[in-house]
Design a protein around this ligand. Structure first.
Ligand SMILES: [Zn+2]
Length: 212
């Protein structure tokens, strides 16, 4: 398969690599249809990071199921799916209470399978593959990783109807926060230093925009 592989100087090279195979009865193989570029990916751009050389990165992804192991029941070949790329070792104290985002082995585990969005195919345990409703596009699905961060923040904030909300920064997370706050009936002020980001915030329903 083809993949965008990191070079030693932090750029990408499209190259031929081995296609992953299903290693276990409960795993799924999917073809990546859309992969997002996260701010985290940009932080590694053009940087000399020898430890990432030859690695396939990218963790915001949606695709189509190609093949399933004999023990998989939640998805079938041909299904459109969003693929969760946060995955721990399943054994530590954090993984055992489903807080696998805190797993000390997170990076090592996820980058071996589900967190390889810039390759044509990925494989992972069936629990990381979620079937998409027909009205959700691959492009929208690739943003679920981002929006789930916003949703978690909103849940933690305790926001409710008629609250007043200030959002500092109108990047993808800030704009997601804005959309959720508006959907929850809040009045929203959002700030940024980029006029085009603020114009988009206005379009998405911000009550007040402010270039700081
Ligand atoms: Zn763990």
């Amino acid at each position: 398969m083809k993949a965008a592989v990191k070079t030693a100087n932090g750029r990408f090279e499209i190259t031929e690599v081995e296609r992953p195979v299903i290693p276990d009865a409960g795993w799924v193989l999917a073809r990546v249809r859309v992969a997002g570029i996260c701010g985290t990916d940009l932080r590694h751009w053009n940087k000399h990071e020898p430890e990432l050389e030859h690695h396939i990165v990218g963790h915001e992804l949606a695709g189509e199921v190609v093949e399933i192991g004999p023990g998989v029941t939640n998805v079938a070949p041909g299904d459109r799916v969003v693929i969760e790329s946060v995955m721990g070792d399943g054994e530590c104290e954090w993984c055992r209470v489903q807080q696998y985002n805190l797993c000390p082995n997170l990076y090592e585990v996820r980058t071996k399978c589900v967190s390889r969005a810039y390759g044509e195919f990925v494989t992972g345990p069936a629990s990381k593959f979620y079937k998409l409703p027909g009205h959700v596009s691959f492009e929208e699905a690739a943003l679920i990783d981002t929006f789930s961060v916003c949703l978690h923040a909103q849940h933690m904030s305790g926001l409710s109807i008629n609250n007043k909300v200030a959002i500092i920064g109108a990047g993808p997370i800030g704009l997601g926060q804005l959309m959720l706050a508006k959907a929850s009936g809040a009045d929203v002020l959002i700030t940024d230093v980029v006029d085009s980001a603020l114009a988009l915030a206005k379009e998405l329903g911000a009550d007040m925009i402010l270039n700081t």
